[in-house]
Design a protein around this ligand. Structure first.
Ligand SMILES: Nc1nc2c(ncn2[C@@H]2O[C@H](COP(=O)(O)OP(=O)(O)OP(=O)(O)O)[C@@H](O)[C@H]2O)c(=O)[nH]1
Ligand SMILES: [Mg+2]
Length: 306
């Protein structure tokens, strides 16, 4: 299935609850008055777009839509579509992949179950296919035996090397070995880390240590420090992003599980509240369900057949 169709299907819940609901509201109302705007505001807030962004969008609709004549839902939706595109235009970014012969090192972090390990697998497959680069995966989630096994299974599928230690080992020791491995082998290293709550001080300290180990052993910082955010967590994602960013200076966000939520508006809130590019988005569990985030395409998929 082509990506746009996957994206469209994946965004179905948000499309129905946001664009669909606004369309329905506009069809029912006679005038584009304060009550209509209140209705739109409520729907946007419900989509987790955040109150600040919602109010700015409402202001925009208020000044751009003619209040006197009858409502034309298509015109209002076009205005909203343009506004979302404008707000998301600078929200995306691509992965930094080195071309100077040095290995590319990517640390992947996030809370429990956000999709870190499967995102690594999907990205590894995607990038290996696009660039032909060799891929190594570092099992720096040493908390659970199952985590190491899961990474090994994925590594086999995407034909990557795995660097692992036993369960309970110091994650930084795994990273140390993995950096040595890619310094001689070249290619791309993905470091899989254990899920951790952004509020747990000792776990965040461990993450900083992993980051420092990369910098020390590599002689420069990691090329990417990616936060994998589960879109179904809604506004909580913002506080996750802030605390992970404070710990290791994130270079990008991967927003997963957009298919599992009607609150896809969170992507706009992330853009407005964090100065971190959203690099990839996930709309399902299969390997084709993760792709580069393209703001225009995202908005088009959200408004498709509305
Ligand atoms: N529906 C849906 N499921 C996803 C998506 N991305 C990941 N998942 C699923 O989320 C579950 C957890 O994914 P993992 O990659 O194991 O998450 P993790 O962050 O490594 O988890 P921990 O290591 O336990 O912290 C798996 O069942 C994935 O298939 C997505 O975009 N959509
Ligand atoms: Mg994992």
């Amino acid at each position: 299935m082509a990506w746009f169709k996957r994206l469209k299907d994946g965004l179905q819940k948000t499309r129905i609850d946001m664009v669909g609901a606004i369309n329905e509201l506009l069809t029912k109302r006679v005038k584009f008055d304060a009550e209509t705007l209140d209705g739109i505001e409520e729907i946007l807030v419900r989509s987790d777009m955040g109150i600040q962004t919602t109010l700015a969008i409402i202001d925009d609709l208020r000044s751009n839509i003619n209040h006197r004549g009858p409502i034309h839902p298509a015109i209002v939706l076009d205005c909203l579509r343009a506004e979302l595109k404008r707000r998301l235009a600078t929200a995306s970014g691509t992965l930094t992949l080195r071309s100077d012969g040095e290995p590319t090192v990517i640390i992947v972090v996030g809370v429990n179950g956000s999709g870190k390990t499967t995102t690594i697998a999907k990205l590894a497959g995607l990038i290996a296919a696009q660039t032909g680069c060799k891929v190594t995966l570092a099992a720096a989630d040493t908390f659970r035996a199952a985590a190491i096994e899961q990474l090994e299974i994925w590594a086999q599928r995407v034909k990557a090397d795995v660097i692992k230690h036993r369960i309970g080992a110091d994650p930084s020791a795994v990273v140390f070995d993995a950096i040595d491995h890619v310094r001689s082998r070249g290619g791309i290293l993905f470091i899989d880390t254990a899920g951790r709550l952004q509020t747990k001080h000792n776990l965040m300290e461990e993450l900083k240590k992993i980051d420092r180990t990369v910098t020390k052993r590599l002689g420069r910082p990691a090329d990417e420090r990616l936060l994998v955010l589960d879109a179904t967590g809604g506004q909580n994602g913002i506080s996750q992003a802030k605390l992970f960013h404070a710990a290791i200076d994130l270079t990008g966000i991967v927003l997963t599980k957009l298919d599992g939520t009607a609150k896809g508006g969170i992507i706009v809130a992330i853009r407005e509240q964090m100065d971190i590019p959203i690099k990839y988005i996930g709309v399902g569990e299969s390997k084709e369900d993760l792709q580069l985030f393209d703001p225009d395409q995202f908005v088009e998929a959200l408004f498709a057949n509305a």
